[in-house]
Design a protein around this ligand. Structure first.
Ligand code: CTP
Ligand SMILES: C[C@](O)(CO)[C@H](O)COP(=O)(O)O
Length: 374
């Protein structure tokens, strides 16, 4: 099965305000066009073709895709793109606006799947707001929203059918679904997505940027720590003091769970580990309470523009039993980090009496965290 992605990018983006046409403008560290082409860089898509304005050849020169000159209208650009693809005729073609750089994989998947049962398929969202007519900033009437959809792209078609439809269509059309329907083709509606917005007005750049950065800017980290048992009458675990017949040995209060969590945050930030920030050789940290370390990691995350998404800590020991205290531990950690308890999980496991934790020589802890843009 040969599937071509035909990205139309020959528009001038007049509504997007002054500057270069919107497809060549920067967005979250790349250009709009680069994000859009990347969305169609998938193993099931065999050809990616970009329809450009003849004046934009320099901007497009370094792109590793087929380039085709567009026309004066969107329809003309699409038709030129289809004619260019006809030489190496694909089975299906997905026609997409370059101005929709945040298109999710699931939207593309749904269109391809629907083409198994219909000659055309396109994503859309049902209209959920009330609809009015208006003139000179006054409401002049209302319209029934029932059965109305907001059209998106990619609009997918059996290649021969849409090529014939475009060849037969001589006037401008809102989109390829209009061209297909005018030719008598049946078009299935598939699930669209709010994030599949079209950059049209200047403010749309910021919306697209935050969507793209949101996904790209999440960071995960893992932490692992071990402390050996020693003489003592309690242990500190995740900020909670538990009476026990032994203590945990360490330069600080040896809160192994909090150390693993702190290291997971440093790890997510790629900012070393707890030993680098609080060297055991430094006497000022002798006996220190571990919330100082955790708070430092959380503040560093904040300085770097991140906040905790969630954290998951596992304590590995035969004893003391952690289960009855895990809620207090979640609460203590959430308070130190300034987040909700539902963002923090503390659980425990034994090692079935195997290894050093099984022999009760010490306690191990591991933690995973997700940091998200603040
Ligand atoms: N002659 C044209 C006109 C539009 N398009 C493409 O069709 C899509 C339609 O989106 P739209 O927001 O209308 O783009 P522009 O025409 O660039 O924007 P504007 O109407 O604001 O000038 C865009 O990917 C645009 O590049 C095209 O390939 N050829
Ligand atoms: C094809 C389209 O993206 C469907 O929503 C849209 O019709 C093209 O852009 P325009 O703003 O209508 O010109």
């Amino acid at each position: 099965m040969k599937i071509a992605a035909l990205i139309v990018a020959a528009g001038r983006g007049t509504r997007a305000g002054p500057g270069a046409p919107k497809q060549w403008r920067p967005l979250a560290g790349r250009r709009v066009v680069d994000w859009t082409l990347a969305a169609f860089d998938r193993p099931d898509i065999t050809t990616r073709a970009l329809v450009i304005h003849p004046e934009d050849r320099a901007e497009a020169a370094a792109l590793d895709v087929r380039l085709i000159d567009g026309g004066k209208t969107r329809s003309e650009s699409v038709r030129r793109g289809l004619e260019a693809l006809a030489g190496d005729r694909p089975d299906l073609v997905l026609i997409h606006d370059v101005a929709r750089p945040c298109v999710p994989d699931a939207v593309i998947d749904a269109v391809i799947d629907a083409l198994a049962h219909a000659p055309g398929a396109a994503p859309a969202l049902p209209v959920t707001d009330a609809l009015w007519t208006g003139a000179t900033a006054r409401v002049t009437g209302t319209r029934d929203r029932e059965g109305l959809f907001r059209a998106q792209t990619p609009q997918g078609f059996h290649f021969d059918a849409i090529l014939a439809a475009h060849r037969a269509h001589t006037t401008e059309a809102a989109d390829d679904v209009a061209v297909a329907r005018a030719f008598g083709l049946d078009v299935a509606i598939t699930a669209g997505a709010e994030e599949n917005l079209k950059i049209t007005l200047p403010a749309d750049f910021a919306r697209a940027e935050s969507l793209l950065k949101g996904a790209a800017a999440m960071r995960i980290g893992t932490g692992y720590d071990v402390h050996q048992f020693c003489e003592g009458d309690h242990v500190m675990l995740c900020g909670v003091k538990l009476p026990h017949e032994r203590g945990l040995k360490g330069h600080s209060d040896a809160d192994v769970g909090m150390h693993a969590l702190t290291d997971a945050i440093y790890g997510a930030l790629a900012r070393g580990d707890i030993g680098q920030h609080f060297p055991p050789s430094d006497p000022q940290w002798k006996g220190a309470e571990s919330h100082i370390f955790l708070r430092h990691a959380v503040d560093l995350a904040k300085d770097m523009g991140f906040t905790l998404g969630n954290a998951d800590i596992t304590l590995i020991c035969e004893r003391p039993k952690v289960g009855p205290h895990s809620e207090r531990m979640r609460q203590a950690l959430a308070e130190i980090m300034g987040v909700g308890m539902d963002q923090v999980s503390v659980k425990a496991t034994t090692s079935e009496k195997l290894g050093f934790t099984g022999r009760e020589e010490g306690i191990a802890a591991q933690a995973s965290v997700l940091l998200v843009p603040a």
